[in-house]
Design a protein around this ligand. Structure first.
Ligand code: AVI
Length: 321
């Protein structure tokens, strides 16, 4: 443990970083080429993602913020003051701030794989909320869900905003939720924001904003390969594609080759036919019934769900039973 300030106890679980090179070479060698979405987030990718959050078509942040603001008191009563609030993938720790003053948790445990970003965000939060005990945990929450030593007793409640669960396949979500259940124990809680199925045009617009930021975000993966893995992708020969796959209930993001071409990465060559694509992300959308069924299968029961008037997005509070 490393004490960053009187109220911050930093815990480094030293997550293993999957090598970008290995993942890209493996992914491009598959029959259906693919690269895992976690590699979007280099420094530029993270900035582009922040810019996506500001796009008018990408409704998720605004709708979720409005729900958390409008129902902060009710949510806090259900969670119970004095709880230990745990946030996997906490990033900039923005959304939790909508709840802290009404919730008054006994501790907040932000978890993130990015060590420096985690430290900075925890320090920023501590300046704003000097009374809050913060236990930042550096780990890859998709691989391990561990709690730092020394956190206070109290109901453990996990907070997952932003529909991050949507980027896992449903069996992975179930596995992940079961891990959360083990972490909180019976009686613990889960507060989670989940994007809903809706009119396809709204979904398609959200991932194809007119300013072209989603396209830049997707294509930045190729720029990253070029600069970090001695790649020679020509960005003018690949196009961003994102569309709602109704059968699978998910947005799919692809990088589509506009012509026959050969690309080199780390000394290896990869062929592309015209129209062949690299699958870069899935973003699943769930009706309330679908999500509650998935959560039930991992041992959670619904306590309350909040939605906006247009039924774009839902926030669920569930209890581990
Ligand atoms: C992080 N995640 C919830 C975003 C989503 O909507 O699936 C990632 C994203 N990809 C393109 N736009 C946003």
């Amino acid at each position: 443990m490393n004490v960053l300030s009187r109220k911050i106890s930093f815990h480094d679980f030293e997550p293993e970083l999957e090598s970008f090179r290995e993942a890209v070479l493996k992914g491009l060698s598959r029959r259906q080429k693919q690269i895992p979405p976690k590699f979007f987030y280099d420094e530029i990718g993270s900035q582009l993602f922040e810019a996506i959050l500001e796009q008018p078509e990408y409704y998720i942040p605004n709708v979720e913020r409005d729900l958390l603001t409008a129902y902060a008191n009710e949510i806090s009563r259900l969670i119970e003051p004095g709880s230990v609030l745990i946030e996997p993938g906490s990033g900039s720790c923005e959304k939790v701030q909508l709840l802290l003053e009404s919730l008054l948790p006994s501790a907040y445990v932000p978890m993130d794989i990015s060590r420096e970003f985690l430290k900075q965000s925890a320090c920023g939060l501590s300046q704003k909320y000097p009374w809050l005990a913060i236990y930042p945990a550096c780990l890859d929450f998709t691989q391990q869900m561990l709690l730092p030593h020394g956190i206070p007793h109290g109901r453990r409640v996990v907070f997952i905003p932003g529909s991050s669960l949507g980027n896992f396949d449903p069996p992975e979500v179930q596995h992940f939720l079961s891990g959360i259940h083990r972490l909180t124990g019976n009686g613990g809680g889960l507060l989670v924001g989940v994007d809903r199925k809706k009119d396809h045009s709204v979904l398609n617009a959200a991932y194809n904003d007119t300013a072209g930021i989603s396209a830049e975000f997707n294509l930045n993966l190729l720029t990253r390969i070029n600069s970090e893995l001695e790649g020679n992708f020509d960005l003018d020969r690949f196009e961003h594609r994102a569309y709602y796959n109704d059968q699978r209930g998910r947005i799919e993001m692809h990088l589509v080759s506009s012509q026959v071409q050969q690309v080199r990465v780390s000394g290896q060559h990869f062929q592309f036919t015209k129209g062949e694509y690299i699958h870069t992300e899935n973003s699943y959308k769930y009706s309330p019934d679908e999500f509650i069924t998935l959560a039930n299968a991992s041992g959670f029961r619904l306590i309350k769900m909040w939605s906006d008037d247009l039924h774009l997005f839902s926030v669920y509070f569930l209890e581990a039973v």
